[in-house]
Structure formats: structure tokens, C-alpha cells
Design a protein around this ligand. Structure first.
Ligand code: 26Q
Length: 803
């Protein structure tokens, strides 16, 4: 978009004055931010409208990405950047005596997700818009996002995240597109005069779904897609079946808060309400769109793709069936054909405890009509499968099993495509988790390795590196990430390496300042910045990292002149509030930090920083400053990982097990430019099957392990209650479920290799450069192109301008 600094200044002054009726010079930071945000949104409104109109006029196929979570991050800077206005805005503000960065920091970061899955959804929104593809998000406008994490005496404390307390300038509430979602009551089928079986309802609780639309701005292509988030409200009285205040009280609760657990599903009624609410509102609004434009129902699969992001929105399958049969009056067979062709499903986890299984009784009572349809889908599935595949496979794959609705099975049966998020993960789905389905429907399975948007994670988060790349290889890589590989040509260029090292150092200085500001810890910017940022979970093994730090500390105490390269271990992680073990790990790391950071024997050799409240905004500060990327999950457990990709793209060297996308990272960057350790996935499977693992043997016979584990419980680490004991017990007494001790030696060895390499700065930086230059395959643009070609069958679409 074209805009002169002069016009911007004029627009901004007007915008501010029209909102607050005084001059910007008297504005508070929040007000100045609000005015700027709304002005940028004004600039967005024209391409937003034109994009929508183009899609309708050309009747292009649209994707609807259904996800219970989105983590878009702050939007002011990325929107201005994608519009091509960032420099103009910055300049204009400077002329007005204002600081863009200060205003930008005043924006709240909407934490409407837990972690990887939600952030992936937002990277995908960014790529869809940037590739000029018609891709809409569909989700929930939680009133409270993921809790705000604080440490009190080293313990995690959760505070409510009331992100809407301030005005959200990006959203537009859309009153004319509300929907009604029905819960509970009685449902029966009645034959009407035309001979149709009609679904009749009584005593339902009706919930008004109000959509809030947020623009998803494409990168310099005048394309703006839509993220639609639904909020639950109480309908007016004639539409609410004349329910009383008390009876309608639970309605508002539906979209009040995001479930903060990303790995352990508890069958909570409220969560099921959330899932159906989002699904029903989303599907209704899609079908209404087709009615309005008179699209023949059988053409729906040519005009829309609905993507199911993990099983959380899997009720799309019976809900679409319900609408097609009850409201559109299609036969079961016609409706099934449409539903199956329209839906596709991504699996994000192999953790058994995370797989959703809803009690049938709960489903029946909350969603009686939906349950009838699920029963019929299941009945037909069994009827078709039994004669072809026999009892075992049929009952293993059924939707209804032992009193529960298996949501993954419903998603697979109702979708034409099922994918994992990295090659290893997809292989595990096919050979283990969904093995029987792979036998039934091999053609549905495919891999789509995750990706990230370089725009947010490199262009905006790391302007120094971005400038260097522009200077060295030209700007093409920004539109076409595969151009990044050209940077490999500079691996021996001393000048480039020096510049690259200087940029990293600058980023580390900036992070060091931030660490001092928020944690009061002074760190040496020349130390190795070693980063593990992800949700806290036993399978991700933050406690392996912890044990290694403890090991180093004990080595230093034993021999203060030991030759370690100075290292800063940086953590960012939230634990699910109900996940005691994860919280114990946080407490022990915090206490160890206190010990290590204040021990004069240690000095610069070791510092430990555990940031509070890790999220998208903090990630943007940490990632450009990282030297080492810790990706140390037990092989086979991490579906993909995405922080591994962000860190690589910013020149960190990966320290990893061969898990998730780490394997592909190694393949692209080459085994010499990554530090790999630990059991492989086949070895993990073998060891589990053999049932020969004995963690206590390792504790008793490995002196380093012995010493470190004892230090967990002998008072070495200050201010612990029983947290050190708990970790000790989990490893020794409960036989170390995630093979931490088994991988310990090879992890320590890899860490020492890192020290050695870091001494050769030139060689380190060369490998860093090769990582940056090899990161293109992990661009979400490529991932989205593959989804578009293989699964959704959607194409890029040029936007037509008025006039
Ligand atoms: C389910 C039922 C009830 C309540 C909550 C949930 C729930 C919520 C969130 C279950 C799982 C999640 C999130 C999972 C997740 O983030 N998975 C990660 O997805 C990333 C993107 O594909 C991968 O890179 C990670 O490997 C994977 O762990």
C-alpha cells in the first residue's frame, strides 16, 4: 500500500483526536497505541473488503481452519509490515516525537492457545493470506486467555489473563452473522406432511454465537483473510425459550476461559460445550453463506474445505451431517459424500492420555441429536467394515467403544485425509497409533511437516539478520524462502561470518539487558545462550536439561578450574495448573538457578534464567539471541516441534534427539551441523517392548548420575520442599518413564562437543550460517502449499481492485 509520511501524520492526528477529543500530545501510551491500531485497521479495511468480494465474485474454493486455539501474537507491527507501511509509520511517529516500539509493546498478546498447536494455526493463517489463498480461521474468543504465569518463591502461580480488559482494536463484531447453538433438551424424529423425517426439539438451551472477525493480512499482496472467533451470549427472551436468569447463567461460561492443559484430557462437560459451540457456529455460518449464494449443496466439496485441527473440532463431522440432513433435507448417502469430501484432519499427538474420549452419557445428554447421528455413522461403519476386515479391526476402530465416543476415530472415519506433522510422527501414526485405520484406508494418510512464518520469526524478530540477508543474497528470499539456500555460498566468506557473529552478539546484548531488567541477573553476552522454550512436560525432558546443569555445577565445585565455555541456560515454559510433576520441575530449576547464579565459584561459567510467562512476545525476544536450541524430547514423543524451526532460522545450532521434525532438520542441514544424541525412535520402541530397562542400575553404577541425583535430595539445592525427592523417585523408584538416565551420558557428551566447537568462533558461525541457509524447507508457506495441493485443492487467487 502507498502512503506518504506526511499523509500518515495527518491521518494519525485526526484518528487520535476523533477518538479522544484532545491532541495526541496529551495521550497516554495506551491511547496512542489504540489510535495507531485503529488507523492501521482502517488501512486494512479496503483490501479486507476487496478480498472478500473477490472470493465471492469468482466463487473460489475456501478453506476453513477449525481450531480451538490460535496464538497470533501482537498484530500492530506485523500488520503494518505486511501492508508495507512499517517504515512510513515508524518515520511518522518519530517526527511526532513518539516511539513505535513503545506503542507496539503496549499491545496485549492474545494468548488464545496453549502452545505449538495454536501457534501453528496462526502461522498457517499468515501463510494462507500471504499466498493469496482463501483461508479462514474459525475458533473461540475466550474472554480469558492462557493464565499469566508468575513465580512466587520459585513456584508457578497462575493469574487470570483478562486480555479484553483493554480495547481490542483488531476485532470487528459482526452482529448480522450471529448463529444459534442448541444444547440439551429432548429430540425426536417426526414424519412431516411432505414425508420427510423432521428433527423436533423441546426444552433446549439456546446459546447465541456472536462472531468477532480479525483481519489476517497477507505479505504485500493486498490480500486480507478473516479469523472468526465466536463468543457465547444469552439470546433475547423469545429465542431463549423463556429461560430464567439462573438457567441462562451457564451460557456465558462457555467462552469464558481456555483450557490450560495441552497434554492431559479430562472429560469435562464445559470443554465439550466449547467444542460443539465453536463447531456448530462455524458450520452454520459456512452453510448460510452457500444458501445466500445459491450454491448447489452437492457442490459444497468443490467450494469449501474444512480442516479439523486435532480432534478438538471433530464434531464438525456429525454437525455437518445434521445440517445437511435436517435442514438441507439431503439423504444420508448424499450428506455423507459431502461431509467426507469436505473434511480433513491433522493429528498432533501420540500421547495416549491426550486422546479425547467423551463418555457416551455426557454426549447424549448435552447433544442428543448429534449423538443420534454419531450412532448412525458408527452403525454404518461397523456394518461395512465387519464383513471385509473381521471382528478385531472393526471393534478396534469403531467410534463407540466401552461407553465412550472416540474422537480420533470419528475424525478419521469422517475425513478424506489424515496427516501427521512430521515424517516420523506420520510413520508412527501409520505403524502404531492408527495402524488399524491405515489398513482400512491407506490412501487417506499423508505427512505434512510443520512450518513457521519467516515474516514474524525472522523479518520482524531479527531485523539485523534480515538486513544481512538482503545485503548478501538480495530480497528475493522474502517472497521465495528457497532462495535462502543461496546464503550457503557465503559459508567461507570471513566478512560475512564476522557480520553474522556481530548480529548475534547484538541480539544477545539486547536479551541480556532484558534478563537484567526482568530477572535482575547479569549475564555475559559472550557466553553460549542455550535455550529450551516450550510447554513443560515430562516427555520434553526439561529435567534432563536440569540434571545436566546440576552435573556441571557439581563439576565446577569439585574442580573450580574446569574448562567450560561460559553458558547461560535459558528456560521459558508454562506447566498445566493440574500437572504437579511439571510444576515440581519448575520449582527445582528455579531453586537451582538461585544456587548457581549466586555462587562465586561459578562466576560466568554457568547462569540459569527461567523467564516468567513464556509466550509469543517473549519468544520473539529470546529466539534471535539463541546459540543453542534444546530439542531433547524422548525420541518418538514429540510430534514435530516448531521452536526447533524458529531457532534454526535464527542461526541457533540444534542439540537434539532424533524426534519429530529434528530428523528433517538434520537431513537438511547435514549431520555435521547439528548435535544429535540419545536413543532413536526404533530403539525406544525396542527398549519398551523388551521391558529390560532398569533405571536404578544406572543410578547405582554411573557415578555422574549418582552424584547429580543425590544432589536433588541431600540439601545441595536450597529452598526445596519435597520437589527434589519427587524427581528422584520418578527416575529411580518409578523407573524413569522417559529414559532420562538412559540418555544422560550421551547428552553430557553432546554438551561438551558444543563447548569445544564454540571455542572456534569462526567454525561455530559457519555452522550457524548453514543452519540459516537450510531453514527454508520449514517455511509455513511450503507447508501450506502442500496442504493446498494435496488436501484442500485450493489455489492462489489474485485480488481485483476497484476503479
Ligand atoms: C484436549 C482436550 C481437553 C482439553 C485440552 C486438550 C488439548 C489442548 C491442546 C490437547 C492438546 C493441545 C495441544 C497440543 C499441541 O500443541 N501439540 C503440539 O502441536 C505442535 C504443532 O503440530 C507440534 O509441533 C508439537 O510436537 C505438539 O506437541
Amino acid at each position: 500500500m502507498e502512503l506518504t509520511t506526511k499523509d500518515f501524520i495527518k491521518d494519525y492526528k485526526n484518528q487520535f483526536q476523533s477518538m479522544y477529543a484532545y491532541s495526541y500530545e496529551e495521550g497516554s501510551t495506551e491511547q496512542l497505541y489504540n489510535a495507531l491500531g485503529l488507523l492501521v485497521k482502517n488501512y486494512i479495511s479496503t483490501p479486507w473488503k476487496e478480498t472478500r468480494e473477490t472470493y465471492i465474485k469468482n466463487s473460489v474454493k475456501q478453506v476453513f481452519y477449525f481450531s480451538m486455539e490460535f496464538l497470533p501474537g501482537r498484530q500492530l507491527k506485523s500488520n503494518a509490515y505486511n501492508l508495507g507501511l512499517l517504515d512510513t509509520v515508524k518515520e511518522g511517529l518519530t517526527e511526532l516525537g513518539l516511539s513505535f516500539d513503545e506503542l507496539s509493546e503496549a499491545e496485549v498478546d492474545p494468548a488464545l492457545g496453549n502452545g505449538g498447536l495454536g501457534r501453528l494455526a496462526s502461522c498457517f493463517m499468515d501463510s494462507l493470506a500471504s499466498l493469496s489463498m482463501a483461508g479462514n480461521g474459525n475458533g473461540i474468543r475466550y474472554q480469558y486467555g492462557l493464565f499469566r504465569q508468575k513465580f512466587v518463591d520459585g513456584y508457578q502461580v497462575e493469574l487470570p489473563e483478562n486480555w479484553l480488559r483493554y480495547r481490542n482494536v483488531w476485532e470487528t463484531s459482526n452482529d448480522k452473522s450471529t448463529c444459534m447453538v442448541r444444547f440439551g433438551g429432548n429430540v425426536w424424529l417426526e414424519r412431516n406432511k411432505q414425508g420427510y423425517l423432521e428433527a423436533k426439539y423441546e426444552n433446549t438451551l439456546n446459546v447465541l454465537a456472536v462472531p468477532y472477525d480479525t483481519p489476517m493480512v497477507g505479505y504485500r499482496n493486498d490480500k486480507v483473510n478473516n479469523l472468526r472467533l465466536w463468543s457465547a451470549e444469552i439470546p433475547v427472551e423469545e429465542e431463549n425459550n423463556y429461560h430464567t436468569i439462573e438457567e441462562t447463567e451457564p451460557i456465558k461460561e462457555i467462552t469464558q476461559v481456555l483450557y490450560p492443559d495441552d497434554s492431559n484430557y479430562e472429560g469435562r462437560l464445559l470443554r465439550l460445550k466449547q467444542e460443539y459451540f465453536m463447531v456448530s457456529a462455524g458450520v452454520q455460518s459456512i452453510i448460510r453463506h452457500f444458501r445466500k449464494y445459491n450454491v448447489p449443496r452437492k457442490n459444497i466439496p468443490d467450494k469449501v474445505a474444512i480442516h479439523i485441527n486435532d480432534t478438538h473440532p471433530a464434531l464438525v463431522v456429525p454437525e455437518l451431517m445434521r445440517i445437511l440432513i435436517d435442514e438441507e433435507r439431503l439423504s444420508w448417502e448424499q450428506a455423507w459424500e459431502i461431509t467426507f469430501k469436505t473434511c480433513s484432519y491433522t493429528n498432533h499427538t501420540i500421547l495416549r492420555e491426550a486422546l479425547e474420549k467423551w463418555p457416551i452419557d455426557m454426549m447424549k445428554e448435552l447433544l442428543p441429536r448429534i449423538y443420534m447421528i454419531i450412532e448412525e455413522i458408527n452403525r454404518r461403519f461397523v456394518e461395512n467394515t465387519l464383513p471385509l476386515y473381521g471382528e478385531r479391526i472393526t471393534w478396534q476402530t469403531a467410534i463407540l467403544q466401552n461407553g465412550v465416543v472416540n474422537m480420533a476415530h470419528m475424525a478419521v472415519i469422517g475425513s478424506h485425509s489424515v496427516n501427521g506433522v512430521a515424517q516420523l510422527h506420520t510413520d508412527i501414526l501409520m505403524n502404531d497409533v492408527l495402524k488399524d485405520f491405515f489398513e482400512l484406508y491407506p490412501e487417506r494418510f499423508n505427512n505434512k511437516t510443520n512450518g513457521i512464518t519467516q515474516r514474524r520469526w525472522v523479518h520482524l524478530a531479527n531485523p539485523g539478520l534480515t538486513q544481512l540477508l538482503d545485503d548478501k543474497i538480495g530480497e528475493d528470499w522474502k517472497k521465495n524462502p528457497s532462495e535462502l539456500k543461496v546464503f550457503k555460498g557465503q559459508e567461507k566468506d570471513k566478512q560475512t561470518l564476522k557480520q553474522l557473529a556481530a548480529i548475534k552478539l547484538e541480539n544477545k546484548k539486547r536479551l541480556a539487558d532484558h534478563i537484567e531488567k526482568v530477572k535482575g541477573i547479569k549475564v555475559n553476552p559472550n557466553a553460549i545462550f542455550d535455550v529450551q522454550i516450550k510447554r513443560l512436560h515430562a516427555y520434553k525432558r526439561q529435567h534432563l536439561n536440569l540434571l545436566h546443569i546440576l552435573h556441571r555445577y557439581l563439576e565446577i565445585k569439585q574442580n573450580p578450574s574446569v574448562d567450560y565455555a561460559p553458558r547461560v541456560f535459558i528456560f521459558g515454559a508454562k506447566a498445566a495448573p493440574s500437572y504437579l510433576y511439571a510444576k515440581q520441575i519448575i520449582k527445582v530449576i528455579n531453586s537451582l538457578a538461585e544456587l548457581v547464579n549466586n555462587d562465586p565459584d561459578v562466576g560466568d561459567k554457568l547462569k540459569v534464567v527461567f523467564f516468567e510467562n513464556y509466550g509469543v512476545s517473549l519468544a520473539e525476544k529470546i529466539i534471535p539471541a539463541a546459540d543453542v536450541s534444546e530439542q531433547i524430547s524422548l525420541a518418538s514423543m514429540e510430534a514435530s516441534g516448531t521452536s526447533n524451526m524458529k531457532l534454526m532460522a535464527n542461526g541457533a545450532l540444534t542439540l537434539a534427539t532424533l524426534d519429530g521434525a529434528n530428523i528433517e532438520i538434520r537431513d537438511f542441514v547435514g549431520g555435521d551441523n547439528i548435535f544429535v544424541f540419545g536413543l532413536t525412535s526404533p530403539e525406544v520402541y525396542e527398549l519398551k517392548a523388551a521391558q529390560t530397562y532398569n533405571a536404578r542400575d544406572l543410578y547405582e553404577n554411573n557415578s555422574n548420575i549418582h552424584r547429580a541425583l543425590n544432589a536433588l535430595k541431600d540439601g545441595t539445592i536450597p529452598n526445596l520442599q519435597d520437589e527434589g525427592h519427587a524427581i528422584f523417585e520418578s527416575l529411580v523408584h518409578f523407573n524413569d518413564e522417559y529414559f532420562v538416565l538412559k540418555d544422560f551420558d550421551s547428552y553430557v557428551q553432546a554438551q561438551e562437543d558444543i563447548d569445544s566447537l564454540y571455542k572456534d568462533q569462526n567454525e561455530w558461525t559457519r555452522k550457524s550460517l548453514l543452519n540459516i541457509a537450510s531453514s527454508a524447507p520449514f517455511s509455513a508457506d511450503y507447508t501450506i502449499k502442500k496442504y493446498a495441493d494435496d488436501i484442500w485443492k485450493v489455489k492462489s487467487c489474485a485480488v481485483e481492485h476497484e476503479g
